[in-house]
Design a protein around this ligand. Structure first.
Ligand code: AMP
Length: 397
């Protein structure tokens, strides 16, 4: 079955049309600047040149119409009609405690996603807009919601509760939810397959290191802890997000710099992480690597701090699970960046895990990088969130 996977942001819409049986991507694309002047659709059919269609998209409804037109176009389309699209799988960021797996979307589910918007005010409303636009343009096609938080719902209370007044959990649902769940699920499953085992028999640590980054502990196939929290700000230091820090810094810097809490929140999300720590050199790890090699000490400190924090989480999760069988690196940095992987593996070698440095330099493919005979397998496992969404959509139908 062909499944259209939609990842909708407030002014953008990413899509892939996937044959869910073979995993082949028939076409993918991006609508940018929706509701802003200069909107355009970039559509890439498999094996053909990409097409850029510049046309005003005042809203997501128009964007979805243009996506359907592109997919069914005589020249650059990949299907003859909408009837060849069996379902739509939507990435939805926050499923709260309500959703621990993908669900078929009906009015009740939409209402629940809307209610959860207070926990993800930047993301859930955009996801709802995308769902409504698809419902309007493809009224007879089943729509499925796949939640970023769902895989982490198996965490025990001791992992998801914060050391705060309990009433905040009861009244406002303040707890750890975790994100990137689709990726942690996909990668942990695939990592186990790479050594011919079922993840039900393994302890796996997944390091999803992209512009946003999180680590998870997956024991016997279930998530038992993860580094992101109520929001994606907690945990690892990221491209522009601070990750873990002393919460008292908030008030201190607000007073020093005369900022409101909301302005400080923006600093923590947009101006911190390796970007802030490198004295605003860059949030991109390629730039940081080059800068560090050229002698930029801010960039070097940022990279050192980054690897150190990943290693600390790995250590913590080994303790949480009583050991580990597989440590998997994934996402843009985890799949491609030798410097960061090398930095983290220095700590692993300190624990007696032998790493094949030549393999560690290889980019972007399924690969075991620990030396043969290692009790703990270290791997690179490229993630594929779109395929995972398509597979979960198919499974549900
Ligand atoms: P993501 O959010 O998963 O797309 O990851 C983005 C991050 O991956 C950026 O910091 C990039 O610098 C990094 N990245 C992507 N490709 C490479 C590469 N070839 N070498 C090093 N870093 C890369």
């Amino acid at each position: 079955m062909n499944i259209l996977v939609i990842n909708c942001g407030s002014s953008s819409l990413k899509y892939q049309l996937i044959n869910s049986e073979t995993g082949d991507v028939l076409a993918k694309g991006l609508c940018e600047r929706i509701g802003i002047d200069g909107s355009c659709l970039t559509h890439t059919p498999a094996g053909k040149d990409k097409v850029v269609i510049k046309e005003e998209m005042p809203d997501h409804n128009k964007a979805v119409k243009m996506v359907i037109d592109a997919l069914t176009d005589e020249n650059h389309g990949v299907v003859k009609s909408l009837s060849e699209i069996g379902a739509v799988g939507h990435r939805v960021v926050h499923g709260g405690e309500k959703f621990n797996k993908a669900v078929l979307i009906d009015e009740g589910v939409l209402k629940d996603i809307e209610e959860l918007s207070s926990l993800a005010p930047l993301h859930n409303p955009a996801n709802i807009i995308g769902i409504n636009a698809c419902k309007e343009n493809m009224p007879t096609t089943p729509q499925v919601a796949v939640f970023d938080t769902a895989f982490h719902q198996t965490m025990p209370k001791k992992a998801y509760l914060y050391g705060l007044p309990y009433e905040y959990y009861e009244k406002y649902k303040v707890r750890r939810y975790g994100f990137h769940g689709t990726s942690h699920d996909f990668v942990s499953k695939h990592a186990a397959e790479m050594i011919g085992k079922d993840r039900k028999d393994l302890k796996i640590i997944v390091c999803h290191l992209g512009n946003g980054a999180s680590v998870s502990a997956v024991k016997n196939g279930e998530c038992v802890d993860t580094s992101m929290g109520l929001t994606p700000l907690e945990g690892l230091m990221m491209g522009t997000r601070s990750g873990d820090m002393d919460p008292a810094i908030m008030e201190y810097i607000c007073k020093q710099e005369n900022l409101t809490a909301s302005e400080m929140n923006t600093v923590l999300n947009k101006k911190s992480g390796v970007y802030g720590l490198s004295n605003y050199t860059s949030s991109d790890f390629r730039d940081l690597g080059e800068a560090a090699e050229a002698g930029n000490t801010y960039a070097k400190d940022a990279l050192d701090t980054y690897s150190y924090r990943v290693a600390k989480y790995i250590g913590a999760y080994m303790m949480a699970m009583g050991g580990v069988d597989i440590i998997a690196f994934t996402a843009g940095i985890g799949e491609n960046n030798y410097q960061v992987r090398r930095g983290v593996c220095d700590y692993l070698e300190g624990m007696g895990i032998a790493i094949d440095d030549e393999k560690l330099k290889i980019r972007g493919e399924d690969l075991i990088v620990s030396k043969e005979g290692s009790k703990i397998q270290v791997m690179i496992v490229p993630t594929n969130e779109e395929l995972a969404i398509a597979q979960q959509t198919l499974a549900l139908l």
